[in-house]
Design a protein around this ligand. Structure first.
Ligand SMILES: Nc1ncnc2c1ncn2[C@@H]1O[C@H](COP(=O)(O)OP(=O)(O)OP(=O)(O)O)[C@@H](O)[C@H]1O
Ligand SMILES: [Mg+2]
Length: 236
């Protein structure tokens, strides 16, 4: 498997407070990798560094065989998108307008039309609500829209920050199933979650974070079978 993302010894801070300390991880093409950890572990900070919303103070990041682009828009152009914590959809824009924001850097009209069709196949609910304001969608539908918007950039790597947050278990399961489908279609996935058991159920490999550092890593299988680990660090 060829390596898609390589994060090597990065650190980051908010003012004087270090939030990431010597973090290294790799993601192979086609994998689903989860980063798990309790509140404040540094998971969102890691994603902010990967999307270049936040500056790293040490280390380096390589994507698809080159140094990661320095600016957020260029990161998206290079094939990496983030589906942010709390969805952050535009409430006063329609579902379709929200989707079009996801591909505003693309010029290939035909490809865009194809991808729009594809997201409506993955999320039939969004097709039904295509002309409705984003703010009128339910929490689960808003999460689906955030994922669909990310797909409109046609990413090689999709990074999701707590997609299960605040959603009913049945909706979470639906969303995870769709992530598996997206992955089968060739998109590599980096999933950040507090909901460890759910994330483990679809992941190939896992990194466990605690106060800004990675403290364990391994195949998801090993974590699934280690209740004490899940209970100690993660909660159900
Ligand atoms: N904007 C900020 N300014 C200052 N400190 C911050 C800021 N955002 C996060 N932090 C701190 O950085 C650390 C890591 O936070 P981060 O949001 O990355 O954690 P997390 O693992 O995503 O947690 P959660 O599961 O609650 O989302 C925490 O100690 C947090 O208080
Ligand atoms: Mg977070």
């Amino acid at each position: 498997m060829s390596e898609l993302l390589n994060v090597s010894h990065i650190s980051a801070a908010y003012g004087g407070i270090r939030a990431l300390r010597d973090v290294s991880l790799t993601i192979g093409e086609g994998e689903i990798v989860s980063v798990l950890g309790a509140n404040g572990a540094g998971k969102s900070t890691l994603l902010k560094c990967l999307s270049r919303e936040m500056r790293i103070t040490e280390g380096e990041i390589r994507f698809a065989g080159r140094p990661l682009a320095a600016k957020p828009y260029a990161v998206v152009e290079s094939g990496m998108v983030i589906v942010p914590e709390g969805r952050q959809i535009f409430t006063k824009l329609t579902v379709r307008e929200n989707l079009m924001i996801g591909c505003c850097q693309r010029r290939d009209k035909e490809g865009i039309a194809k991808d729009e069709e594809r997201v409506y196949t993955l999320f039939p609910r969004l097709l039904e609500r295509r002309d409705q304001y984003g703010g009128l969608l339910s929490g689960g539908e808003q999460q689906m829209l955030a994922i669909a918007r990310g797909l409109m950039a046609r990413p090689k790597l999709m990074m999701l920050d707590e997609p299960s947050l605040g959603l009913a278990p049945i909706i979470v399961s639906q969303i995870l199933d769709i992530l598996k489908d997206i992955n089968s279609g060739g998109t590599t996935i980096l999933l950040v979650e507090q909901n460890a058991r759910k994330a483990l159920s679809i992941s190939d490999r896992v990194y466990l974070m605690n106060v800004g550092s990675i403290i364990r890593e391994g195949p998801a299988e090993a974590f699934r079978n280690d209740d004490s680990l899940v209970n100690a660090y993660l909660g159900g």
